[in-house]
Structures are given as structure tokens and as C-alpha cells.
Design a protein around this ligand. Structure first.
Ligand SMILES: Cc1cc2nc3c(=O)[nH]c(=O)nc-3n(C[C@H](O)[C@H](O)[C@H](O)COP(=O)(O)OP(=O)(O)OC[C@H]3O[C@@H](n4cnc5c(N)ncnc54)[C@H](O)[C@@H]3O)c2cc1C
Length: 358
């Protein structure tokens, strides 16, 4: 893998666009970044002030970015990765236009739209700080770059919750995983447990069916996923189901060897051997960046209005980081489009007010 010097995206050496500079080959994710490299003579981002900065490159942020491009907005997308949670979905059966598509395939299509159909300026980085300043906001990345923007569209999604039990920290990535499909290879022909009862856990069980030697599904409630997948998993012959059980400890030194669980409401404790554990017990919204700036609900989700406006004028939010009902790809995408439209309205309004003052 090579790194695009303009946006810092990892690119595949074999398929990336290239140019020669100072006797070396330089690799790019898109014509847009290559053009910027050629015109900027190798500078990274030369611009630092925008009308709109979108933070987060999941379905909400990517749709917002492409939408903003179609609206000819002056926009920069900053994200840790392209795809967000959607890339972990093995089987998407509820996105319009596709009877069935995998997460990586759908994200590839989003990525094509962002980089090739409509080039949107983008930077692969983590935003560490957002401050309100005169006339807008200042955004600082992990590389201490500072951008300013008149508006912000927050689409930072959610991250997975931890169980918080004995052995979980020590055995991270030494048998304990949080449901990324990339981690399946670590448990080939091994006994595994999947912890959780929602769609993510159930999808993980389905993905493990041809990989693991045996699968135990442990949920503290009845299975809560969509009826079709619950039905399929209940019929899966190699799955042993433990509903109403709580995992209380993970065991092992160099790698996971087993778990202890307790039947809820009883003292009945049981140990299971396992060399892999996938924890899929839900998510928490990534809203720490704006906790001081906008109102959130008791789950930490950003409160938004019908137009995705937050309680702070100029900050819009979309997707799983908000209190919008329904955590789904199509909903996050729709909210992203709506937020981009609303941010444009806000910027036009600011321009009208500035003109009236002159
Ligand atoms: C295993 C799994 C399977 C799923 N299957 C389905 C399915 O079949 N159908 C369906 O409709 N939905 C499914 N979902 C849910 C769906 O993926 C989410 O609802 C959707 O991805 C939410 O999109 P989002 O853009 O709001 O957030 P996310 O997808 O969470 O994206 C957030 C983005 O923000 C970035 N980010 C966060 N903080 C920062 C920061 N400080 N600086 C820079 N970048 C940041 C992240 O890196 C990421 O790119 C599934 C989820 C999982 C985990």
C-alpha cells in the first residue's frame, strides 16, 4: 500500500494513479488529488478555510459530501476512514437499488462517487477538537492541522460498546474482537462465542458459520434482531444459543481459552471453552467533540431538528451520532443529504445577512 500525499489515503500500488516527482513515483487515490498535487507542487492541503467541513466518512458523511458537491458547495471532508460501520456489513438486504450487496461493495460505490464522479476535497485524519470562533468554527486534526469553516456537518457515527468484564482488556485482539469482518480469519476452525442479540451479533454468527468449528451465541435478552435474520440463526444447526445469559469473565494468558457466563436471575454459572469471542452489544455515539457546543440526549446522541440543525447555529449533524430514529445505512445517507441541503441554506442566509449589512 502507498499513501496519497494530498489526502493521506492508503492506495493500492497496482491500481493507483501515479506521477513522477523528483525521481520518485507518487501515488494518488483520484484524478482530483493528482491535479491538486501537480498544481500545488507537492504541497498537502494549501487551503484551510471552507464554507462547510464534514466530519466522518460513513454513509451519512459520504452522502453529505457528494450532495454538497452536486450543490457546488465549498466543502472539505475529514474522516478517519471511508465507509464507517457499513464496511463491516456482510449482507445488506435493505438498501434501495440492491436486492443484496456486501458492505465493502456498497462502500466502493460510495467511494467512486466521492472521488471520481464528483471529486470532493478530503483528508484522512481524526478531528480532535472543534471550537466556536468569530464567523464560524475552528477544527483541529490529530496532525495539528487547523481548518476554519462557516458551518460544520458532524457525521461521526457510533463505536462499539465494551462489556467491561474481567479479562476483556488483556485479551483484546488476542481472541477478543468487536465484530469486524476482517477479524474472521483469526478464528478459522476454532470454537467461538458471539456475545449480543441484535443484528450485528446475528450477522456475525452467519459470517462465522463457514469459518468457526463451533459457535455459541450468548445474549442477556431474547434475540432482538430483525425477524428474518433471527429466524435464520435459530435454524443454523451449528449454533448453540444461550439466551438470558451474561458473560462475566474471559480466561487465557497469551490468547483466549474460555469464558464464564451466568444465567440471569440465578447463581447458575457455566464455563465454555472458546478461542475467539466477538462482542457485538451495541454502540455509543461519537459525540465527544461537540459535547460542549450542542445539546445531546441521555444516550449522548446529538439532538437535531427536522432539517438536521443542532442547537448551535452553524452545526448540523446526521446519521447514527444523532437522535434521529433508525440506525440504518439508508437512513444515515438520507439524513446526510438533508443536512448538506440545510447547511447550504444556512450559508446562503449568512451571505444575505452580510450583504444587507454592507
Ligand atoms: C456489523 C454491522 C452490520 C450492519 N448491517 C447493516 C445492514 O445490513 N443494513 C443497514 O441499513 N445498516 C446496517 N448497519 C448499520 C449501519 O452501518 C449504520 O447505521 C451506518 O453506517 C451509520 O452511518 P453513519 O455515517 O451515521 O456512521 P458510521 O458508519 O459510524 O460512520 C462514522 C464515520 O465517522 C468517522 N469518525 C468518527 N469520529 C471521527 C473523528 N473524530 N474524526 C474523523 N472521523 C471520525 C468514522 O471513522 C466513520 O468513518 C450495520 C452495522 C454494523 C456494525
Amino acid at each position: 500500500m502507498k499513501i496519497d500525499p494530498i489526502c493521506r489515503m492508503e492506495v493500492d500500488e497496482a491500481s493507483a494513479l501515479t506521477t513522477e516527482a523528483d525521481g520518485a513515483t507518487v501515488y494518488f487515490c483520484s484524478e482530483g488529488c493528482k491535479d491538486r498535487f501537480l498544481t500545488d507542487e507537492g504541497a498537502r492541503l494549501t487551503r484551510t478555510a471552507y464554507d462547510l467541513v464534514i466530519i466522518g466518512g460513513g454513509p451519512a458523511g459520504l452522502t453529505a459530501a457528494v450532495y454538497a458537491a452536486t450543490l457546488k458547495m465549498d466543502v472539505l471532508l475529514i474522516t478517519r476512514d471511508l465507509g464507517g460501520q457499513a464496511i463491516d456489513s456482510r449482507k445488506i438486504e435493505n438498501y434501495m437499488g440492491f436486492d443484496f450487496i456486501t458492505g465493502p461493495e456498497l462502500v466502493e460505490k460510495f467511494r467512486d462517487q466521492l472521488l471520481h464522479s464528483h471529486y470532493v476535497e478530503h483528508l484522512i485524519s481524526e478531528v480532535e477538537r472543534i471550537e466556536a470562533i468569530d464567523g464560524g468554527f475552528a477544527i483541529t486534526t490529530a496532525e495539528i492541522e487547523r481548518f476554519t469553516s462557516r458551518t460544520i456537518l458532524l457525521a461521526t457515527g457510533m463505536t462499539r460498546r465494551r462489556l467491561g468484564v474481567e479479562g476483556e482488556e488483556q485479551l483484546q485482539r488476542r481472541g477478543i474482537f468487536y465484530g469486524n469482518v476482517q477479524d474472521l480469519a483469526f478464528v478459522q476452525d476454532k470454537a467461538v462465542v458471539v456475545i449480543g442479540g441484535g443484528n450485528s451479533a446475528l450477522q456475525m454468527v452467519e459470517s462465522l458459520d463457514r469459518v468457526a468449528a463451533a459457535i455459541a451465541l450468548i445474549s442477556d435478552t431474547e434475540l432482538t434482531g430483525d425477524a428474518t435474520i433471527v429466524g435464520r440463526v435459530r435454524r443454523q444447526a451449528r449454533v448453540t444459543l444461550y439466551e438470558g445469559h451474561k458473560v462475566t469473565a474471559f480466561h487465557g494468558d497469551d490468547g483466549l481459552r474460555g469464558i464464564t457466563m451466568r444465567r440471569i436471575g440465578t447463581n447458575e454459572v457455566r464455563e465454555l471453552p472458546a478461542e475467539g469471542a466477538f462482542i457485538a452489544i451495541g454502540f455509543k455515539p461519537n459525540t465527544g467533540l461537540v459535547m460542549e457546543l450542542v445539546e445531546t440526549n441521555d444516550r449522548g446522541e446529538i439532538r437535531i431538528g427536522g432539517d438536521c440543525a443542532t442547537t448551535q447555529p452553524g452545526i448540523f449533524a446526521a446519521g447514527d451520532c444523532t437522535d434521529a430514529f433508525g440506525k440504518r445505512i439508508i437512513i444515515a445517507s438520507g439524513e446526510g443529504a438533508k443536512a448538506a441541503l440545510a447547511a447550504r441554506q444556512h450559508i446562503l442566509q449568512l451571505r444575505r445577512e452580510a450583504k444587507a449589512r454592507r
